[in-house]
Structure formats: structure tokens, C-alpha cells
Design a protein around this ligand. Sequence first.
Ligand code: AMP
Length: 299
Amino acid sequence: MSLLVVGSIAYDTVETPYGKVEDSLGGSALYFSAAASLFCPVNVVGVVGSDFDASKISFLKKRGVNFDGLYMESGHTFRWGGRYYDDMNKRETLFTFLNVFERFQPRIPENYQKAKYVFLANIDPELQLEVLDQIKKPKLVALDTMNFWISGKRSELDKVLKRTDIIVLNDEEAKELTDEFNLIKAARRITELGPKSVIIKKGEHGAMLYHNGHFFFSPAFPLEKVVDPTGAGDSFAGGFMGYIARANKQDFRTLKRAIIYGSTVASFNVEDFSFKRLENIELKDIEERVKIFKQLMAF
Ligand code: AMP
């Protein structure tokens, strides 16, 4: 089933206790695509500047990611810089240069407009609404957002939420969105805003799903060495949505399994910088790790 993602395409500069990379490939749309394309074809909508080296995304094209919706504008590609310390659950944003992303007006190519599964990565809610207006009849819309939009563009975000089936956000964002410190209460409150299903990510402590009055809790896959957490959230979302689009179902059991697959893809992503790890894995690697995951959770 066709899966569409709209989000950022970036050059990231990232420093962690294990090293530093400069101007390496990143962005929410690409981390999402690298993960989701392990499961199904993915259509990307995003913008890059004239400095963008298209050969860097050839590994994604080979894997069935379609870039008909990639627009090249004159100027620089979006750049983001971040630093992580020993506690990798926290990061410091060093800079955000929107560059061509600042004037981004998502145009959905005609061949994407019938997408059944849509992921609105973390971009301005006004743009998320523009995307939804261009999609014919989506079966499932999932959304990511961040504190910046929760506090800065709440009324636009509320409109997006009303048209969203699943929201994926982290614990801090869930608290800010609902003014609720208890995550169980926060999840219930979020469903009153629109989404039927809520996924709250808790970094290395896993993720929680609330769907139709039922809860599911998943740990993160235990890793001894996390090299670079950048893109963990987006690769989780990509694995999650890719699994759902491939299954073409959205019942509680499928959503639970999708959480495990999303967590597994994210666990590969954080084992190296940028796309070094995701570039070199296949679905069978995911399946092997899912088996270990299953044993860890059985009692
Ligand atoms: P994650 O670690 O999953 O939150 O995603 C990190 C990715 O998001 C990086 O590759 C950044 O390029 C991208 N990113 C960071 N800040 C923003 C922003 N304000 N808007 C869009 N993308 C961003």
C-alpha cells in the first residue's frame, strides 16, 4: 500500500560522545523513508537547496523510495546541528537554519494524491493542513509534532489533530499538549483532540500505545552502545507506518506489532551516525531482532 511522507531533508552536524559528523545526510523525511522502505514503497515530499548532492539518496531510490515530490530551490538545504552528552535521552540543539525550508510550500504530485497512508513529519502545522487538503481519501493519517508548534501554533495544530488518526509524540510533548503530567491521563486527553490512537515515545525507556481504551507498553530494544540517537523518532515512525501500510490493517494487534517493528528499526538507526546503519540492513535483519525482542517480552 502506498505510503506518503512530508518532512525535512537536511544536512546535519552532530556531536556525540562517540564522535562528530558534519553536514551529513539527515532530516525527518529521510529517516522516515529509510525505515519505512524496508517494508513498502515510499513517496517523499520535501525541499532541498541547490547545494544538495542527489547521489547521497541513491541508496533510498534503490530501495523503492520515490522522489517525484522532491523540489530543488535555489539557496541552501536545511541545516540542523545537535549535541548529545552521556545521557543520550537529552540533546542540545546547536543551530537550525531553515534556508529553503522557510519558503517550503508542499505540492503533492498527482501520482501521490491517492496515497492511502500518510505521515506528516514534524513541520509547521499550517503546511501539514495544506498537505491534507491535497490528498484525496487517505485511509490513515499519522502525525508528528514538537513543543515549538504546540506552544507557537496551537490553533493550527488543533485543526490538524482533528484530521489525524494516529499521533506519535514524546513524553514531554504529550505533557505540554495536555497540561497533564500523568502519561496515562495525557494519552486519554489527546484522543479527545482527534486522534484515535496515541503513541508516546519515552526514548531509551520505550513507547506506549493507547488505542480504543487499551494500553500497550513496549521497551526499547536494549543496546549497550548508542552512537547517535538522531533520527530515532523518525525511524521509529517509519518502521511503524511501514509495517502498518504493508499489513494494510490498523487493529490493535497490528498497531502493537508495528510498535515493535518501529522500535527495532530505530534500534539499528542509533548504532551509527546518519544513515550508515539503516543503509546496510534488510527486512531479514529486522525480523531477526524482532525474534529477540519477542523473547525479551515473553513471561
Ligand atoms: P529525531 O531525532 O527523530 O527527532 O529527528 C532528527 C532529524 O530532524 C534531524 O535529521 C534534523 O535534520 C531534523 N530536524 C531537526 N529540527 C527540525 C525542525 N525544526 N524541523 C524539521 N526537521 C528538523
